[in-house]
Ligand binder design. Structure first.
Ligand SMILES: NC(=O)c1ccc[n+]([C@@H]2O[C@H](COP(=O)([O-])OP(=O)(O)OC[C@H]3O[C@@H](n4cnc5c(N)ncnc54)[C@H](OP(=O)(O)O)[C@@H]3O)[C@@H](O)[C@H]2O)c1
Ligand SMILES: [Zn+2]
Ligand SMILES: [Zn+2]
Length: 370
């Protein structure tokens, strides 16, 4: 069957003839790929900065943002059945018995670094016609989400981040209410850095949680991303026309920053204007570059004197996937046109070179195998 993969030994990105995977265990599920999202990670793997094939293979099948349909289930599978829509998670645990996170099914916190990731690290991905996965790594998706569920995986970044934010901000009991009716962000102001898919989905999650949301990103408005964000109630501010100091004056006390750009110079400048009792979440992964100057004294004084928290987050656990599926349903109900507009194009698998190596624009491009 067809698959898109990288061959690091030859530094090539290819359409590969990959064997159809066979079910081998009672808990296995065979899945037909429907949609695969393409993101910056896939493009970086195609430049060979990272990404590694499984042991014994000279290629790695790409793709970690998947929506699939169950074809066949093993005898031990209890919930899933043929026809169900599923989104698989990405990271698989390391084999070390002393790794407490992996032993606790929280491999997103793996302490040894020997985890694998489908489509990224030592494990084939989902940019292929069929794949086999264990039921415990699959998340059932309601059929109403068919057209947008490829966005579940990128939304899990925000889900894991905000689960931690709510826990940390329990130190401020007057804002994180135990009242289920009161939104945790009511009366608070959040700045999202970057208007890519991670930033836009983060902005949607923050709006749904009651925050006033400002998105600070590069391109001047109006542009398709700024228009989408303004139409759901966020304020879009371009870094081309507004400095970080002006951004801070406009927003007032910045209670939360959700960084989704991967540009350290901008991120550290914004850290300098984080508000009192504020929390700064880093999600971006900058390419290694030369050291940059930062206003370290001001940042350290603020972190201490303003009770600030800086937290990084990577990958996601099962709870984050389930939260993303639930929240995507909320977004679809509140902003159906805008959520669908996030998927800028659906393409056949043969377009892989243009999508992975070209300059194709848009928000989220998807390979459809349906
Ligand atoms: N932690 C995790 O688990 C995780 C998971 C997935 C991704 N990530 C990381 O999250 C980050 C965002 O991902 P994405 O897919 O949304 O990326 P993306 O599509 O590349 O979006 C980045 C956004 O940042 C803006 N930007 C770039 N340089 C800027 C600058 N100097 N000043 C202001 N804005 C700037 C871009 O503006 P334009 O619109 O003008 O281009 C774009 O809107 C990446 O670093 C990615 O590696 C992390
Ligand atoms: Zn991705
Ligand atoms: Zn581990």
């Amino acid at each position: 069957m067809r698959a898109v993969g990288v061959v690091p030994g030859k530094r090539e990105v290819q359409l590969i003839e990959h064997p159809v995977p066979q079910m081998s265990g009672a808990y296995d599920v065979k899945i037909r790929a429907l949609d695969v999202g393409i993101c910056g990670t896939d493009k970086e793997i195609c430049t060979f900065v990272y990404g590694s094939p499984p042991d014994g293979s000279d290629y790695l099948v790409l793709g970690h943002e998947s929506l699939g349909q169950v074809m066949e289930v093993g005898a031990g599978v209890s919930i899933l059945k043929p026809g169900d829509l599923v989104v698989p998670s990405v990271r698989r645990p390391c084999v070390h018995p002393h790794c407490k996170p992996c032993q606790a099914d929280l491999q997103d916190f793996c302490s040894t670094g020997d985890f694998s990731e489908r489509g990224i690290k030592m494990n084939h991905g989902y940019m292929t016609e069929f794949y086999v996965e264990q039921e415990k790594y699959l998340n059932l998706v309601p059929t109403e989400l068919r057209d947008v569920a490829v966005l579940v995986e990128p939304l899990t970044v925000a889900e894991k981040a905000f689960a931690q934010v709510w826990k940390i901000q329990e130190r401020l009991p007057w804002i994180v209410s135990t009242d289920p009716v009161k939104s945790p962000g009511a009366g608070l102001r959040a700045v999202v850095l970057g208007a890519g898919p991670v930033g836009i989905l983060g902005a949607m999650a923050l709006l749904a949680n009651g925050f006033e949301v400002f998105v600070y990103s590069r391109s001047e408005a109006p542009n398709p991303k700024s228009e989408l964000l303004e139409s759901i109630g966020a304020t879009y501010i371009s870094s081309k026309t507004t400095s970080v100091t002006e951004l801070a004056e406009k927003v007032g006390n910045i209670d939360l920053v959700y960084e989704a750009l991967g540009v350290s110079s901008v991120a550290f400048e914004v850290l300098e204007v984080l508000g009192t009792n504020g929390i700064f979440v880093y999600t971006g992964i900058p390419a290694p570059g030369p050291a940059i100057g930062v206003n370290a004294d001001a940042i350290m004084r603020n972190v201490v004197l303003k009770n600030q928290v800086v937290v990084g987050t990577v990958n996601a656990d099962r709870a984050a996937f389930q939260g993303a599926i639930r929240d995507l349903g909320t977004f679809l109900f509140r902003w159906p046109d805008q959520l669908k507009a996030m998927i800028s194009g659906r393409f056949k698998i043969e377009s892989y070179r243009d999508l992975l190596l070209g300059e194709r624009s848009g928000i989220k491009n998807v390979i459809s195998l349906d």
